[in-house]
Design a protein around this ligand. Structure first.
Ligand SMILES: Cc1cc2nc3c(=O)[nH]c(=O)nc-3n(C[C@H](O)[C@H](O)[C@H](O)COP(=O)(O)O)c2cc1C
Length: 159
């Protein structure tokens, strides 16, 4: 029988396994940052758009408020360690590209990095944003889409 429980209890039963992503942003000093994201979705077919939800306290939030571009990265199974680094350390304190030895090259739109070992990468320009409690939803229009058919997509689970 379906019954009322508190939200964390209910959510813990339904949210895994999930698709996981990272967003590349540009720091005010011109270097790049990475954040692990579970809260993202496709929001438009034409023009193609993705939305990402970024906590107000994250350094990535600061970056997105200044530089209105992000690359949405879908990681491969080989990027599990990088995902956990990007999701546990702040770009305020470390350079995640250096710490994670990230292999990358320049994208076409705003020259944000494309991660060589990822499965897919969407270069987006922020076109609008919505405040959502303690997060901001940044909506990005996809300008270029990259695909690496040699890598396998990583799904986030407890294992
Ligand atoms: C599995 C996982 C999913 C996460 N999803 C989100 C998310 O959707 N939005 C968000 O703001 N933070 C999310 N985080 C937390 C950030 O990735 C984390 O706070 C990160 O260190 C922020 O980095 P920054 O300060 O360099 O932006 C997630 C962390 C993990 C481990």
């Amino acid at each position: 029988m379906i019954k009322i429980h508190n939200l964390p209890e209910v959510y813990s039963k339904i949210h895994l396994p999930s698709k996981i992503a990272m967003a590349v942003t540009q720091k005010p000093d011109g270097k790049y940052n990475l954040i692990t994201l579970e809260w993202f979705m496709r929001t438009s077919i034409d023009p193609p758009m993705f939305a990402i939800s970024v906590g107000h306290s994250r350094f990535s939030h600061e970056c997105l408020m200044e530089v209105r571009y992000f690359n949405l990265v879908f990681p491969s199974k080989n990027q599990k360690i990088l995902l956990s680094l990007a999701g546990s350390q702040s770009g305020r304190d470390i350079d995640k590209f250096v710490a994670g030895n990230v292999q990358h090259f320049s994208g076409k739109l705003h020259k944000l990095p494309i991660l060589k070992d990822s499965v897919a990468c969407f270069e987006c320009e922020v076109v609008t944003q919505v405040n959502s409690g303690d997060h901001t939803i940044f909506v990005g229009e996809v300008k270029y889409s990259w695909l690496n058919e040699e890598e396998e997509l990583y799904y986030y689970s407890q294992k």
